[in-house]
Design a protein around this ligand. Structure first.
Ligand code: PSV
Ligand code: MN
Ligand code: MN
Length: 384
């Protein structure tokens, strides 16, 4: 039986999305960084922007942080600031890609001293996460090599494993270690954590609280992300997502703007067992808060459509070998207009029916532009 509207609404009201602090700061391309009026001047203002997205959507109660970009003297004050806005701190993202000494890698670096400093940063992030009440370290490694023979690929794996084991040993019981893969960039010949299989193997060596993070943009053309999700979930190692939109590479566009059917299919695969859902976007030309709001709305709609799939009919069609019957059941759910339904869920949870329109009418963007002004694009908080 298909769920009733009321059942869908109830399930949808449980959806929680983390938005990324770094998605509110200025970012750009490899060629330039574009400054926007109203760009947050510090981590507190990034949290203010995240709070605005949550106020409108009632579905974004957590904000993922990135260190050292979100470093402040008083970590407890940052936590209080978030909580006073009805937010909690989501995953903590260490940064192992900006220091020049990581040119040949961070925890895969052939130089032990560099590896030790990288581990020290990761351990420091565990401590910060604990203070912030965060329950995950979310690690993307930029490590890799550009040329055949540049380094020993097996040795690099051993170095990574050793370092991750040191970090894993420091994790308090409530924290997970999420490993995010990406096939290329910044290295081109061999990336150390290039795909879900490599990430999974490390997780299996580390322990139960290590899991794989799937960033939609981190796949080669034609990759079947839903199937990756199915495999990781079946293995109990699906740690979460970085949602964004991708056409060519790590584009970090608005969620659902490129391939809404893929997003829907991912939610069909997940069912109601949702892992950590984080948005990872780097808006270069779009208004930041509006872009984030639209992404949250798109995620809500994709999930709502997936909840509308008639699972019993689908199972029956699959068992009967009814190829198109099964496929059409998914198409049927995907084609439903769920905007009103999602609006009702938002309003019931304290948000608004049409978040993007309400944001525009509220004058929030104009207000932060007035209050914060325009700063040169030197602020941290973006790596697009
Ligand atoms: C770099 O590819 C990246 O876009 C990864 O997706 C990280 O999650 C993000 O930056 C933040 O460090
Ligand atoms: Mn990511
Ligand atoms: Mn990325």
């Amino acid at each position: 039986m298909a769920r009733t509207s009321a059942e869908v609404e109830q399930q949808l009201s449980r959806l929680e999305i983390e938005t990324p602090s770094w998605g509110y700061g200025d970012s750009g391309t490899r060629f330039a960084t574009f400054s926007q009026p109203g760009c947050p001047r510090d981590p507190f203002e990034r949290i203010d922007d995240a709070a605005e997205v949550h106020r409108l959507t009632a579905a974004a109660p957590a904000v993922a942080l990135h260190f050292p970009w979100d470093r402040v003297d008083d970590v407890a004050a940052l936590r209080r600031h978030a909580e006073s806005h009805g937010l909690r701190i989501g995953a903590v993202n260490p940064n192992l890609f900006q220091e020049p000494e990581y040119k040949l890698g961070s925890i895969a670096n052939p130089d032990r001293a560099v590896r030790q400093r990288a581990v020290a940063h990761l351990v420091e992030c565990v401590r910060i996460a604990t203070e912030l009440g965060s329950t995950a370290q979310s690690l993307w490694l930029a490590d890799g090599v550009n040329y055949v023979g540049q380094d020993d690929l097996r040795d690099r794996r051993e170095r990574i494993l050793e370092c991750l084991q040191e970090v894993y040993a420091e994790l308090p019981p409530e924290q997970q270690l999420l490993l995010e893969y990406k096939p290329f960039e910044p290295a081109f010949y061999a990336t150390d954590l290039a795909d879900w299989g490599s990430a999974l193997l490390f997780c299996q060596r580390l322990g139960e609280r290590a899991a794989v993070l799937v960033d939609i943009g981190h796949h080669l053309h034609g990759a079947n992300i839903e199937q990756i999700v199915a495999i990781l979930a079946a293995e109990g190692r699906l740690g979460g997502f970085h949602f964004n939109g991708r056409r060519y590479a790590d584009d970090d566009l608005i969620v659902g703007s490129v391939n809404p059917f893929e997003l829907f299919a991912i939610f069909v695969e997940l069912g109601t067992e949702l892992p950590r859902l984080t948005i990872d976007q780097a808006h270069n030309v779009e208004a930041k808060v509006e872009a984030m709001t639209l992404s949250v709305v798109n995620v809500q709609e994709a999930y709502a459509k997936a909840l509308l799939v008639d699972r019993d009919a689908l199972a029956a069609a699959q068992a009967d070998g009814d190829v198109l019957g099964a496929h059409e059941l998914l198409l049927d759910a995907f084609r439903r207009d769920v905007r009103d339904l999602c609006g009702r869920v938002r309003v019931a949870a304290g948000g608004v029916a049409d978040p993007v329109a309400a944001l525009r009418e509220s004058g929030y963007a104009e207000r932060i532009a007035r209050e914060r002004g325009s700063v040169a694009a030197v602020s941290a908080g973006g790596n697009g």
